[in-house]
Write a protein that binds this ligand. Sequence first.
Ligand SMILES: *[C@@H]1O[C@H](CO)[C@@H](O)[C@H](O)[C@H]1NC(C)=O
Ligand SMILES: *[C@@H]1O[C@H](CO)[C@@H](O)[C@H](O)[C@H]1NC(C)=O
Ligand SMILES: CC(=O)N[C@H]1CO[C@H](CO)[C@@H](O)[C@@H]1O
Length: 434
Amino acid sequence: MLCQELTYPSLLVLQKSKLKFLPRQAEQEDSTKFIALTLVSLACILGVLLASGLIYCLRHSSQHRLKEKLSGLGRDPGTDATAAYQELCRQRMATRPPDRPEGPHTSRISSVSSQFSDGPMPSPSARSSASSWSEEPVQSNMDISTGHMILSYMEDHLKNKNRLEKEWEALCAYQAEPNSSLVAQKEENVPKNRSLAVLTYDHSRVLLKAENSHSHSDYINASPIMDHDPRNPAYIATQGPLPATVADFWQMVWESGCVVIVMLTPLTENGVRQCYHYWPDEGSNLYHIYEVNLVSEHIWCEDFLVRSFYLKNLQTNETRTVTQFHFLSWYDRGVPSSSRSLLDFRRKVNKCYRGRSCPIIVHCSDGAGRSGTYVLIDMVLNKMAKGAKEIDIAATLEHLRDQRPGMVQTKEQFEFALTAVAEEVNAILKALPQ
Ligand SMILES: *[C@@H]1O[C@H](CO)[C@@H](O)[C@H](O)[C@H]1NC(C)=O
Ligand SMILES: *[C@@H]1O[C@H](CO)[C@@H](O)[C@H](O)[C@H]1NC(C)=O
Ligand SMILES: CC(=O)N[C@H]1CO[C@H](CO)[C@@H](O)[C@@H]1O
């Protein structure tokens, strides 16, 4: 069963590439040739599946031994911990999956995507979704004592519900200042807002270049979110595009220099539209002067998938690759079922983004509840990774709410953010040499 899980993503990728890249005329031209080709490629696929299954099983058994060793580490005080740790590292290096082999059976679509993407994106088909090693390894320059301090603070916080309740009440009473949102309420902008509660503040909104906009307007319901650099936003929090604002959305992607989009909502929930389907399912779509081409779609696991787009500005003929990370199982006003997959999702986003200076565009439906929770978690963990000695999560959330109203909508979402931060800190500490 585990082995089946392993082969699932690679199969999907292969099917998708066949669907898209097989020339249709060839089918009629020479059917016998085609059948022979199909048989050969089927044999190839079968070979790859068998090989990867075998590799996985081998890896799995060595992991099993590793886990036994790990638990032994904790239990037996007589064990030489340093030696065991070194052995752990060696095994971990040995079990790390090799780079994707370049061969005739490599799926076309992933080679197209790696050709276009300017950052190294590992092919998910080369990694196993069932294996714990397929998750991004935790990486951090976190100060160890800060980590321990934060962990005990968080644990205390999560145990003491009363304290959480009080902190949340204080956050609810918080009033942003300045807080006028007159532009968002202008008559011509009203149809561009999804929610009454989440309107951009006048002092903190993304301004489109009106001359490039299809409606000659600079308004979009999107807020730049600053972290430490007051000039360059680290994120743009925005609502899920409406049919009327999809061209504005791609204009914002273009003008902000964005290369990574984080989408945290399914398109529909219980029949209620959460977000317009703003990308092509196949081939390309034109949104005003922005041509969007779907290059690839990789399903990493049941919780999220990654799409790669080729974006072209038809006015200038410039092009760019944009990667969209789509988290599927987080519902409006709710929290994900576990922090584990969201944390892995975040690591993958940041691995793709690493080293850039453009903002990450984060959206859900209203661009505040789920988006605020994600940004809060990411911002706090990034601060810690940079070695910050003091972390105040509530103050960080107030800082977010100064820039966009409604960031983190419910107490459960706030609690989830605390849990997720604690879990990641725990994972970082575990991965450090003791
Ligand atoms: C907006 O700011 C004013 C003070 O300028 C304050 O009285 C008001 O309550 C604030 N509104 C919100 C929703 O924070
Ligand atoms: C963009 O490309 C088209 C077709 O190749 C060409 O006709 C047009 O002049 C180009 N525009 C610019 C601004 O380079
Ligand atoms: C599509 C649309 O009109 N959405 C909302 C925009 O914002 C106003 C409030 O300012 C809402 O009433 C609209 O429903």
